[in-house]
Design a protein around this ligand. Structure first.
Ligand code: AMP
Ligand code: MN
Ligand code: MN
Ligand code: MN
Length: 290
């Protein structure tokens, strides 16, 4: 079968970061939804990889290791997905731990900002939603603020409280672009620019991101993602072709209640692109034949 038609979902989050399902439950849901090749890509963390791989194979899915690294580039947070790396690589594991460090202190500052506008107890409230104490995310605050009746849904929490210029937002310095790409490629994987349409870059800044990313050894870009509309897919198909980037596909699934897209429920990659998994065939661990 053509690689383009593989139902690959190479972007998803579990309770090891800011998703609401355990790796085992995503694997089962992905298999039910028709996914054939899966990667769990928790934020700044590979602690779920062994469980995800085992659950994938038990559910009949082929598996690629994954993570989504938070990077600061040109003053903006950019996400770099890593695929097909050795998840025990010491430099990668150390780099991710350094990237996670500071999330708890950031969370305290976020709660202090919210307290100033009369929202109390957000630190303790958010922590009740956290599955991994090293990975407190804005998403956990969003879930608590919905529970507390501050907003009707997590999207409005982000809009009103957790984005730049709002009381629960704390500027944070994430990993450097070159470091994140280096950790992934040094561990034998491929680095991919996640959901490029989400960044508020000028065309010049976007060009700088892509060229610097490639200069550091980055090779891929998400084209079909739960974050892209049809026009974004057209635009980034052109961009991936222009720069000779491998194309990735992933739902960015976080939760059955919050995510617009279920695992694998995405358009196929356009046939003019080279899927990133064609370059990762020897890194895929295969489900046992049944
Ligand atoms: P953090 O790494 O703590 O800054 O949190 C980033 C996460 O927040 C992203 O991975 C998304 O899961 C979530 N997020 C960011 N913006 C939004 C939004 N507008 N609506 C819902 N979730 C969002
Ligand atoms: Mn997330
Ligand atoms: Mn992301
Ligand atoms: Mn994500």
């Amino acid at each position: 079968m053509s690689h383009h038609l593989t139902n690959a979902d190479l972007h998803s989050h579990s309770t090891v970061s800011d998703g609401t399902l355990a790796p085992e439950d995503i694997a089962a849901l992905a298999a039910d939804s028709g996914v054939e090749l899966w990667a769990l890509t928790d934020h700044d963390e590979v602690g779920g990889q062994a469980r995800a791989r085992q659950a994938a194979h038990a559910a009949g899915l082929d598996y690629l290791t994954g993570c989504e690294i938070s990077v600061t580039f040109a003053g903006e947070t950019v996400h770099i997905v890593g695929l097909g790396f050795d998840d025990t690589d010491p430099a990668l594991v150390r780099g991710l731990a350094a990237t996670r460090a500071g999330r708890l202190e950031r969370a305290r500052e976020m709660a202090a900002g919210l307290a100033q506008v009369g929202i109390h107890g957000a630190y303790e409230g958010a922590l009740r939603y956290v599955g991994n104490p090293e990975l407190v995310s804005r998403t956990h605050f969003a879930r608590y603020l919905v529970e507390a009746g501050v907003c009707p849904d997590t999207h409005s929490v982000f809009r009103r409280y957790l984005t730049p210029g709002h009381p629960g937002y704390v500027p944070f310095r994430w990993a450097r672009l070159g470091d994140a790409v280096g950790w992934i490629t040094g561990a034998g994987g491929i680095a991919v620019i996640a959901h490029p349409a989400r960044y508020r870059f000028t065309p010049t800044e976007e060009y700088a991101l892509i060229t610097e990313f490639m200069a550091h050894g980055g090779r891929g870009m998400e084209v079909v993602t739960g974050s892209h509309g049809a026009a974004d897919v057209v635009k980034y198909t052109d961009t991936a072709r222009e720069f000779g980037l491998l194309a990735s596909r992933g739902s960015d699934f976080h939760s059955p209640a919050e995510s617009r897209v279920l695992p694998g429920a995405l358009p196929d990659l356009p046939g003019s692109l080279t899927p990133v998994w064609t370059a990762l065939q020897e890194r895929i661990t295969r489900a046992p034949a049944r």
